[in-house]
Design a protein around this ligand. Structure first.
Ligand SMILES: NC(=O)c1ccc[n+]([C@@H]2O[C@H](COP(=O)([O-])OP(=O)(O)OC[C@H]3O[C@@H](n4cnc5c(N)ncnc54)[C@H](O)[C@@H]3O)[C@@H](O)[C@H]2O)c1
Length: 248
């Protein structure tokens, strides 16, 4: 039986990578999904491909820039016009702008804070208004092991993801009484365009350190999200590291 039948899920940054895999996994559990991405073309083609594979009109393409409140408001309006409810929000959109601390520009710092942290404030607030009225909901934030342990060259990203973990735990406390849970998945080293950009040499050095001996896949992350999204998850304020055993 589908665990998420008739539910509506928004996944930000779901045009490709981890976000797309999350959207596909939620759809397999029966949910209707909102494919949302700053890249409009990616958004439309991904939603069209997913609908074709699913054989039903389960994916709605809604281009949205998560750093722009007006764009977010339009997305929420479009979802409510189509389905009149929002059950699951996955704050997944994210970027990297890596540099060692002393070489990091204020632009690099701000771009990552805006896209990876302030976006969660901008998207979650209007969605929680809807979920509060429904008296149910699931918020799942895609953090990073970097937000838990830190990482060379990623002070902006580590600060944003650590902030997102604090955000997750506080929303969990404030909304538990409305039957809304808030959890985070912290991926380790996952095979997507974001990590491919690091180049083969760095990738093979990191893989050597991963106890399970391989990079994670977007589907590995999607399975954790499906768990938190499920109706029986008696869990809130939790951070699940999905990292193949690499805790540094
Ligand atoms: N790949 C990894 O190893 C890894 C590890 C830890 C955490 N993460 C996190 O997982 C999430 C997804 O990463 P990914 O590897 O799939 O990256 P990706 O670059 O493949 O995909 C990110 C998507 O987000 C979209 N996006 C970027 N800025 C946006 C904005 N302002 N508004 C809306 N959409 C925007 C992009 O267009 C892209 O489609 C990110 O939050 C990332 O920080 C990834």
């Amino acid at each position: 039986m589908s665990t998420l039948a008739d539910q509506v899920a928004i996944v930000t940054g779901s045009g490709r990578g981890i976000g797309r895999a999350i959207a596909e996994a939620l759809l397999q559990e029966g949910a209707n999904i909102v494919i949302s991405d700053i890249n409009e073309e990616l958004c439309q083609t991904t939603a069209a491909e997913i609908n074709k594979q699913a054989g039903r009109e389960a994916a709605l393409a809604v281009p949205c820039n998560v750093t722009d409140g007006a764009s977010v408001a339009k997305m929420v309006e479009a979802v409510m016009a189509k389905w009149s409810r929002i059950d699951i929000l996955v704050n997944n959109a994210g970027i990297t702008r890596d540099a060692l601390f002393m070489r990091m520009s204020q632009e690099q710092w701000q771009a990552v804070i805006d896209t990876n942290l302030t976006s969660a404030f901008k998207v979650t607030q209007p969605v929680l208004k809807v979920m509060s009225k429904q008296r149910s909901g699931r918020i799942i934030n895609i953090a990073s092991t970097t937000g838990v342990h830190g990482n060379f060259g990623q002070v902006n990203y580590a600060a944003a993801k650590a902030g997102l973990i604090g955000f997750t735990k506080t929303i969990a406390l404030e909304y538990a009484s409305r039957n809304i849970t808030s959890n985070a998945v912290a991926p380790g080293f996952i095979d997507t365009a974001m990590t491919q950009a690091l180049g083969e040499e760095i990738i093979s050095k990191v893989i050597e350190k991963i106890p399970l001996g391989r990079m994670g896949t977007p589907e590995d992350i999607a399975r954790a999200v499906v768990f938190f999204a499920g109706p029986g998850a008696y869990v809130t304020g939790q951070v699940m590291e999905v990292n193949g055993g690499l805790y540094t």
